[in-house]
Design a protein around this ligand. Structure first.
Ligand code: GLP
Length: 257
């Protein structure tokens, strides 16, 4: 199933793995796929992720905006997740990250960009409203994903049901440790809970592109693609979907059989 190539990505009726020459070229492929979607459907709904992995995709989209006139003004976007209780104006909030990396540089209409409301007084209602918001746009056309070291997608930690919807979750110590780098290295500053799209929410996207770079992601990628499809492996749920592309650099692909 693994393709060692720089070949163009295409959507297929199954999961496709592309090992690109490097992260930048993988990111460019993802950006070109988004650009092609927007050309055919300017009002497309994008699912956007945070973390360091998708950043080069957003930078590649900026380049396409500059060089090819990619126009995202009519597109909508839904973020995957947000920390519970964080002030959305803080730079570490996913609201701020999406504003800084997606909405502003790519010229999306801020009114068409949604992030789960992790400071809502009623988080159950906030989760329900988020699901409804996605549904009311007709659903996500293309979801960009990263993957955590423990195989999480969004903030769906191991043990998450594969049909889960937007809800609050407890973050594992390893996830908080991994994200401490965004909080001056202080794990005690990393919120303990998040409001995240569920795995079931993610699987409703019509197309999914997961990116993973670096040796630290190799084990999670191998388990997701070649291990059992089970709750302890959140990203393994992607194998139930009909149109998934996994874009890897060589290091992230190094443990694939
Ligand atoms: C966070 C996010 C995930 C992301 C993961 C990996 O936990 N909630 O959406 O995929 O981190 O982040 P990175 O790409 O920085 O390794």
């Amino acid at each position: 199933m693994t393709t060692t190539t720089t070949a163009p990505m295409h959507t297929s009726s199954s999961l496709r793995v592309i090992v690109a020459v490097d992260a930048e070229s993988a990111a460019r492929m993802a950006a070109e796929r988004i650009s092609a979607l927007i050309r055919t459907r300017p009002t497309a709904v994008l699912g956007v992720a945070t973390g360091s992995t998708p950043s080069p995709v957003y930078r590649a989209l900026q380049t396409l905006r500059r060089t090819e006139g990619l126009d995202l003004t009519r597109a909508s976007a839904f973020a995957l997740d947000e920390y519970v209780g964080i002030d959305p104006r803080r730079s570490q909030s996913y609201r701020s990250v999406i504003d800084a990396e997606v909405t502003r540089p790519l010229g999306l209409d801020p009114l068409r960009v949604a992030v789960p409301d992790g400071s809502a007084p009623d988080l159950v209602e906030a989760g329900r409203a988020y699901e409804e918001g996605i549904r009311s746009t007709g659903g996500v056309d293309l979801q960009i994903l990263g993957i955590g070291h423990n195989g999480h997608i969004g903030f769906n930690e191991p043990g998450s049901a594969h049909d889960s919807l937007t809800r609050t979750v407890d973050l594992t110590p390893e996830t908080r440790e991994a994200n401490a780098r965004f909080f001056d290295g202080r794990i005690d500053q990393v919120p303990t809970r998040a409001l995240t799209q569920g795995i079931g929410t993610i699987l409703r996207a019509r197309e999914i592109v997961l990116l993973a770079f670096g040796p630290g992601k190799a084990a999670a990628v191998a388990r997701a693609l070649e291990g059992a499809i089970e709750r302890s492996s959140p990203a393994s749920a992607l194998r139930k979907h009909r149109a998934v592309t996994i874009l890897l650099d060589k290091a992230a692909a190094s443990m694939l059989g």
